[in-house]
Design a protein around this ligand. Structure first.
Ligand SMILES: Cc1ncc(C[n+]2csc(CCOP(=O)(O)OP(=O)(O)O)c2C)c(N)n1
Ligand SMILES: [Mg+2]
Length: 527
């Protein structure tokens, strides 16, 4: 008999899913029967915790540009995954979580059954689109709606839950997936008025966010035609590496704010204008953007900030449509961008004496491993680089130090990244505190023989938070000194190569440049 569980796996394969990250349980047996039947068509990766499953799928989606899937049990499996779903929501990552659900005749009755929750679907519904499979004949529609929720408009997570008694029901072959059409082209008149506003401006500045991922060519061409500096938020980094017009610096820096304030036309593309990029120090002073042209795929995003021209459109096609209407002009873009880059870098020195050294470490990693993907956690060098750092490839710099900011993101996300880009070296840059949130996921990298280098910034505790408490003049610094792991023993227990280095870029670069086969562990001893 072919069950709902088996058909669901087939339906995922038909929609381009090649890997599932998951932990099985008695509530997902039919899903695993489906995986077993699908053989080579789909790969299963076993994390050590469901939060890791979610973060792995997240890293996979960010690097591949495609939706990714996690299978978890009902109850604790799903609550363990919620943090990863929230991170995916904040960073617009298409993450599908398929979970079990208790027997349908027991739901909401509070019988104390295994993994019971009062109302699992309602719990997820505040976070993302959620679906319950209640009829095998409707399984295809459920999948189509979940994929549409993840990929049409602003990407994000989605959830499908299936009761144990439903998972084993007979289910006939699913119809072919319904594929949504691409975004509706803008009316020509509207495009013309945007182009006219840009052509008439003397000093254009582009603000590029994560919505420009995958449209790096269009972004570069548009910037070149407009001769406009491009400010790249953390989720847009990696676009326009080394380009004369790139400003890979945070709009929280005064220097970058001055560049924006001096523009007579701001063009914001695929950026939510959120405080973790635009006002990370919560000091206010974000330049007035009400005169901007704003392109965003999400109508309610557009409603959140006043703009002269709010345009609901997909970034790539919109930029491509604008290009032939832009008149080439000299706006001294390269001079303005270079001056901003130089001053931004200098501004770091004044913000905190340790920042330039931390940034040197990230640049040393990039230069020792060209083309590598750096997946960051919430640790000091990652904060430094989110302020100012030019990564050398698109989709190669992302982290949880921004947006939702879930500590412990990087070990799982690095696994997903490495699986999505076979042969590409991946660096997981993480603190000693963050490492202890998700240490188990390093073993997943060993199981899967992935070329991940764990660069662990060991400053013995939650240093960034300790500094925040100090600055706030809290009379005693409490809770910031969890003892770090003995890294060498830990790496040995994981069966990984291990080395120790001082926080010296040259020493780190030397070790990183040695070829690598499988995962390895580098402890940067900060103190
Ligand atoms: C899930 C979660 N819990 C708590 C925090 C708050 N937090 C942010 S950074 C941090 C300290 C991280 O320590 P470590 O990884 O050692 O990095 P360091 O600041 O020392 O470089 C904490 C506790 C968070 N971001 N996410
Ligand atoms: Mg630390």
């Amino acid at each position: 008999m072919t069950t709902v569980g088996i058909r669901l796996v087939e339906g995922l394969i038909d929609r381009g899913i090649e890997v599932v990250f998951g932990i099985p349980g008695v509530h997902t047996i039919e899903l695993y029967r489906g995986l077993a039947k699908a053989g080579d068509k789909i790969r299963h990766v076993t994390p050590r915790h469901e939060q890791g499953a979610g973060f792995m799928a997240d890293g996979y989606a960010r690097v591949s540009g495609k939706p990714a899937a996690a299978f978890v049990i009902t109850g604790p499996g799903l609550t363990n995954t919620l943090t990863a779903m929230a991170q995916a929501r904040a960073d617009s990552v298409p993450l599908l979580v398929v979970s079990g659900l208790g027997r349908s005749d027991t739901l909401g009755k509070g019988l104390g059954r295994l993994h019971e929750l009062p109302d699992q679907g309602a719990m997820v519904a505040t976070l993302c689109h959620t679906e319950t499979v209640t009829d095998p004949k409707k399984l295809g529609e459920v999948l189509d709606r979940a994929f549409a929720a993840m990929t049409s408009g602003r990407p994000g997570p989605a959830h499908i839950q299936i009761s144990t008694n439903m998972m084993g029901q007979p289910c006939s072959a699913l119809p072919s997936p319904v594929v949504g059409s691409s975004t509706v082209p803008l009316p020509l008149g509207r495009l013309r008025s945007v182009a006219t506003a840009l052509n008439n401006a003397e000093r254009v500045v582009i603000l590029a966010g994560g919505g420009t991922r995958g449209a790096e060519d269009e972004l570069r061409k548009l910037a070149e035609m407009l001769d406009a500096p491009v400010v790249l938020t953390a989720n847009a980094r990696g676009a326009m590496h080394g380009h004369r017009l790139a400003v890979p610096a945070s709009p929280s820096l005064n220097t970058v704010r001055n560049l924006i304030a001096a523009a007579d036309q701001v063009l914001a593309i695929g950026t939510e204008l959120g405080p973790t990029d635009y006002d990370v120090y919560a000091k206010g002073g974000v330049p007035d953007l009400s005169g901007m042209i704003r392109i965003d795929i999400c109508a309610d995003q557009l409603a959140r900030h006043p703009a002269k021209m709010p345009i609901k459109a997909d970034a790539g096609p919109m930029m491509a449509a604008l290009l032939p209407m832009i008149l080439p002009a000299n706006r001294e873009g390269a001079r303005r961008a270079e001056a901003t880059r130089t001053t931004a870098r200098a501004e770091l020195d004044g913000l905190h004496p340790a920042l330039p050294g931390q940034l040197d470490i990230v640049e040393a990693i990039r230069d020792a491993m060209p083309g590598a993907i750096i997946v960051g956690d919430s640790t000091q060098p990652v904060y430094a680089a989110n302020l100012y750092y030019d990564h050398d490839r698109p989709r190669g710099w992302f982290n949880a130090a921004t947006g939702y900011g879930a500590l412990g993101f990087a070990p799982g996300a690095a696994v997903g990244a490495a699986i999505a880009a076979p042969g590409t070296p991946v660096v997981c840059l993480i603190g000693d505190g963050g490492l202890q949130f998700s240490p188990g996921e390093l073993r997943t990298a060993v199981d899967e023989k992935l070329p991940i280098t764990y660069v662990v910034w060991n400053n013995a505790g939650f240093r960034e938070i300790a500094e925040a408490l100090e600055q706030a003049k809290v009379p005693e610094i409490i809770g910031c000194d969890p003892s770090p792991l003995d890294m060498e023993h830990f790496a040995m227990a994981c069966d990984m190569l291990f080395a120790q280095v001082p926080p010296d870029p040259a020493a780190l670069a030397e070790i990183l440049a040695t070829p690598q086969d499988g995962p390895r562990f580098l402890e940067v001893q900060v103190r």
